[in-house]
Design a protein around this ligand. Structure first.
Ligand SMILES: Nc1nc2c(ncn2[C@@H]2O[C@H](COP(=O)(O)OP(=O)(O)OP(=O)(O)O)[C@@H](O)[C@H]2O)c(=O)[nH]1
Length: 958
């Protein structure tokens, strides 16, 4: 009984520190369900992502965030398969996050929307999608591993967002707080501001003397148990230099927490707190002269005891520096043992930006101009075009949710969205406007123009959707929609193209949705459009313009893996296509193509695991959140393979300009006229093969007032098209189509040539440049019919390829990876021998620390290093449990033990960095484990395409 009371009082005490003291679990939970979230002020909302390398503890931490904010009454664990965010069957079985999960955490009058992202590289697109709509992130490090390869990647992806770093797993054997701090500085090139230091049992002797009630904490060392070695290195709490206190936890009791203020600390902790606090203030003053001025003016000499240096003053500076991305506040803990989470919640609320403070909103485009979203101080709201009549949101995720169909998640950037209202899908409308390939265009435009009906809006509380009548600026919520598979099944079509275009009036990831506060709907926008655009606006023209009001879409990606799917029962065609379309809706990083001749579908994806899961979903007939499509009896699935491509050999280009021609008698008379009266020339070229920088330079040179450059496919490394501006203008005017329509016509012709493939192995083309020439361009008459232009251009492109090139001008290219292996020195020779002889790998580095040997070393890096090294001198980094606490980390020299890595550990472990063809690395982890007796870690990242060796290329089938 006594213990229960103590626990409760401690729990409340903890929350006093973060000013949410009055809550108690049950009453709060009830408040949440009935909470009117619309009353939460914008300044009290946070939209954060949890990002990290795989297994760093994102889901475990998210689970504790829910528990310690009283949004959940028990704690789930990844290993028990009962967490809120990893609820898919595959996630539970594999213990990894596959899809990002979005939850809303309510804290009385505050709201934190959290997205728990996957760490596995195959699901990187999930991270990209989430980061696009978030204001900030919590970066988690595994205290033993520090910054890992995927940490670097997600850090880069979140480079525009302010971040807090949470060093997790401080309870594990081999934990290394100092290495993490060093990695933040060296590998992330960021300045850490340490808010909490770890406390181990050894530091706690004598701590309990003045606190009778703490005798029940068996993890604190006392005179009696101080010789118990098993306790010495136990992680028991955190030393908070901002609040000048130590917080002691009990690993096996999630509700135990005791705060000791400076006066009640033992001499060891007092000394550490003093040094930590001094270095913390010095680090802050070195970055903010206003704080320095304040300290000088207020004559503050004792950083620890002078009461003028209050937490709220310091918080103001920390918040600004965090938002400016000048620092990254660091908090440590162990989520699994429930240590440190309260400080993390406090950090999120204090330092991470609300939508008002957040910098770097995704830009909106309106009539080709970029528009920033502004904050209207009077109305306490964000708005665009100087009017908060416009509500704008962006869809970033779609999931299956049993009973409700699909849930479409979106973020509200401006205004508010209401249940039972219509919204305008400006992205979809814009795409349709520029798509000439469909005969249903006008019907589709009308359908999208009529608006998308939102029936019910929801907020996610944990993984439970809570009905809400409206979603306001800053909110993340969702709309329910009937599953696509049901929508398509009622259509009787069995035509692939018709099925693929699906239900046009449904929402997809990346779509911008727009509406107005006005009851008469989005057509009212007319009133707030700039004056010159108002003239003559029939609603159609008006919608055309409105459709240009959209967020920049998500970038496309290349797909290094593919798998073939053969349908055995033609009656199931419609079902298969509907299933695939729905899968793509949930994960737009998957793509599929239908080879009508072979009756085969080729599924493409980012990784083996990703495709494995998709295939399982197609075959399985389980129910629930990851319900399968039950196609087991009618599909044959091929092996998962890497995708090969073809390109022209370096330096190749068509020797002459090719004149656009019309084949005799193949097209109608009016089209003949077009070609007789106006023409252009074109040629193909291999895009330079040197570094990415050279490539960008080459492309930049082509971009000027006279020429416009277009990307045809995928990422920066794909195909490009250059069209002289004069051709764009004249052809579109002549054909009475928009310039966008003309461009999309030429682009789609290029695209079709690229997918048709090269002359060597008929593999899709990459790294090609299509150049149109305007020198001999002429127009002699005013001609209107252009319906077959796309066909003509395609035929001519094809002819140009055939005439100008032979199969020997092409080479096969394949995806390559950057690999990083960490293993004991004893195994290095065996591993590198296997890599070079069997996997065609090029070993780039063998040594003690991969990031320190980065080949790039220009002035900027040196300058940055010296800036960070200077900053490092202000940091207090204790040598945990090894005596003298007063030291800084020797950042750029390896033979030091100040970073917490012992000399012997450095000698044992080596990193091997290499490049290799992806196809040679399938199933490599199993081999590596055998070669190293399991003493290894391995990371890989697909970096792009490169030439396949000729022997292997010749052996490929056409
Ligand atoms: N000892 C210890 N284990 C932890 C801690 N946090 C997480 N773990 C364990 O680490 C493993 C991975 O945890 P997750 O929370 O799934 O990690 P994650 O980053 O969400 O993983 P992915 O989403 O798959 O990238 C699980 O076995 C957890 O129980 C911690 O603080 N201490």
């Amino acid at each position: 009984m006594l213990r229960l009371n103590l626990t409760q009082s401690r729990f409340k005490y903890a929350w006093t520190r973060i000013s949410i003291s009055t809550l108690n679990k049950r009453s709060f939970h009830e408040t949440v369900v009935s909470a009117n979230h619309t009353n939460i002020a914008l300044k009290d909302k946070r939209n954060i992502g949890i990002i990290a390398h795989i297994d760093a503890g994102k889901t475990t931490t998210t689970e504790r965030l829910l528990y310690y904010t009283n949004n959940k009454t028990s704690i789930g664990n990844v290993d028990d398969g009962n967490t809120t965010t990893d609820y898919l069957k595959e996630e539970k079985a594999r213990g990894i996050t596959i899809q990002s999960a979005c939850i809303s955490i309510f804290l009385k009058n505050k709201l934190i929307n959290v997205i728990d992202t996957p760490g596995h590289i195959d699901f990187t697109y999930e991270v990209i999608k989430a980061l696009k709509i978030l204001d900030s992130a919590v970066l988690i490090l595994d205290s033993k591993m520090g910054v890992e390869t995927q940490t670097l990647k997600v850090f880069q992806q979140a480079k525009n967002l302010p971040k807090i770093c949470y060093i997790n797993k401080m309870d594990t054997l081999g934990h290394n707080f100092n290495k993490c701090i060093k990695d933040i500085m060296v590998k992330l090139e960021t300045k850490p501001l340490i808010l909490t230091y770890p406390i181990f049992s050894l530091d706690t002797i004598g701590l309990d003397k003045s606190q009778e009630e703490d005798l029940d904490n068996e993890y604190i060392l006392t005179e009696e148990n101080k010789n118990d070695l098993s306790l010495n290195d136990k992680f028991v709490g955190t030393l908070d230099v901002l609040n000048k206190c130590a917080t002691i936890y009990k690993p096996d009791d999630p509700n135990y927490l005791k705060v000791y203020h400076y006066d009640n600390l033992n001499s060891v902790l007092k000394e550490k707190l003093k040094l930590g606090r001094e270095s913390f203030i010095e680090a802050l003053t070195s970055l903010d002269s206003d704080l320095l001025d304040f300290i000088l003016e207020s004559e503050i000499e004792d950083y620890l005891l002078d009461e003028k240096l209050t937490t709220s003053i310091l918080n103001k500076f920390i918040k600004q520096l965090t938002i400016d991305k000048s620092i990254i506040p660091v908090i440590c803990g162990s989520s699994f043992q429930n240590i440190g989470i309260q400080s993390l919640i406090q950090g999120v609320l204090e330092y991470l930006p609300s939508p008002i403070d957040a910098h770097g909103y995704p830009e909106l485009e309106f009539q080709k101009k970029k528009i920033a979203i502004e904050f209207d101080t009077k109305k306490n709201s964000l708005s665009v075009l100087g009017s908060n009549e416009i509500s704008i949101g962006q869809v970033f995720k779609i999931i299956k949710y049993p009973m409700l169909g699909n849930l479409i998640f979106f973020r509200v950037y401006s205004g508010k969205f209401k249940s039972n209202s219509k919204v305008f899908n400006s992205t979809q409308y814009n795409m349709l406007l520029n798509d000439n390939s469909t005969t249903r265009k006008n019907n589709d435009l009308k359908s999208v123009g009529d608006g998308y009906q939102i029936k019910q809006l929801y907020l996610m509380q944990g993984n439970i959707p809570i009905k809400t009548s409206e979603l306001n600026v800053g909110d993340i919520g969702c709309i329910s929609e009937r599953p696509l598979i049901e929508q398509l099944q009622i259509s009787s079509s069995s035509n692939f193209e018709e099925l693929k275009s699906g239900n046009i009036n449904s929402l997809s990831t990346g779509d911008t949705i727009v509406t107005t506060a006005s009851p008469s709907g989005f057509r009212k926008f007319e009133k707030i459009l700039p004056n010159e655009k108002k003239q003559n606006t029939g609603s159609k023209i008006f919608l055309n313009e409105l459709s240009t009001l959209k967020f920049t879409p998500l970038s496309t990606i290349s797909h290094p893996y593919k798998v073939s799917v053969q349908l055995l029962n033609p009656n199931k065609f419609q079902e298969l296509i509907a299933a695939l379309l729905e899968i793509i809706k949930f994960d737009p990083s998957i793509n599929f193509q239908y080879d009508e001749l072979m009756g085969q579908i080729i599924l493409e994806g980012l990784g083996e695991l990703q495709l494995e899961i998709v295939v399982k979903r197609l075959l399985d007939s389980n129910v629930g959140e990851d319900a399968g499509y039950g196609l087991n009896d009618c599909l044959t699935i091929g092996d998962i393979n890497v995708s090969y491509m073809e390109t022209l050999k370096p330096g190749s280009e068509s020797p002459t300009w090719h004149q656009l021609k019309v084949p005799e008698n193949n097209f109608n008379a009016s089209l003949d006229n077009i070609i007789n009266y106006c023409s252009f020339e074109f040629k193909f070229k291999k895009l330079c093969d040197n570094s990415m920088e050279d490539k960008v330079m080459q492309l930049d040179e082509l971009k000027n007032d006279d020429f416009t450059l277009f990307r045809i496919l995928g990422d920066e490394d794909d195909n490009y098209l250059v069209i002289p501006s004069v051709i764009i203008e004249k052809w579109s005017a002549m054909c009475q189509i928009t310039t966008d329509q003309f461009i999309s016509c030429v682009k789609s012709s290029c695209l079709s040539i690229c997918s048709q493939g090269g002359l060597f192995k008929k593999l899709p083309l990459r790294s090609m440049l299509f150049i149109l020439n305007s020198e001999n361009f002429e127009i002699k008459d005013d001609i209107k019919d252009l319906s077959s232009l796309s066909k003509i251009i395609r035929m001519n492109f094809e002819e140009c390829l055939q005439i100008n090139f032979k199969s020997s001008n092409f080479e096969v290219q394949e995806p390559y990876i950057n690999g990083l292996i960490k293993t004991e020195e004893t195994y290095v020779t065996t591993v590198t021998h296997d890599l070079s002889s069997k996997r065609l790998a090029n070993i780039e580095y063998i040594g003690a620390d991969f990031a320190l040997n980065d080949s790039s070393s220009n002035d900027k890096i040196i300058e940055k290093k010296s800036e960070i090294e200077n900053y490092n001198k202000t940091l207090y980094i204790p040598k945990f449990n090894v005596g003298d606490p007063n030291t800084t980390i020797d950042l750029f020299h390896q033979n030091n033990i100040g970073d917490g890595v012992t000399q012997s550990e450095k000698e044992i472990y080596k990193f091997i960095k290499f490049k290799a063809p992806l196809r040679k690395m399938t199933g490599y982890m199993t081999t590596l484990r055998k070669l190293t007796q399991g003493k290894c870690s391995f990371d890989l990242e697909v970096y792009g395409y490169d030439k396949m060796n000729e022997n292997d290329a010749n052996k490929l089938e056409q």
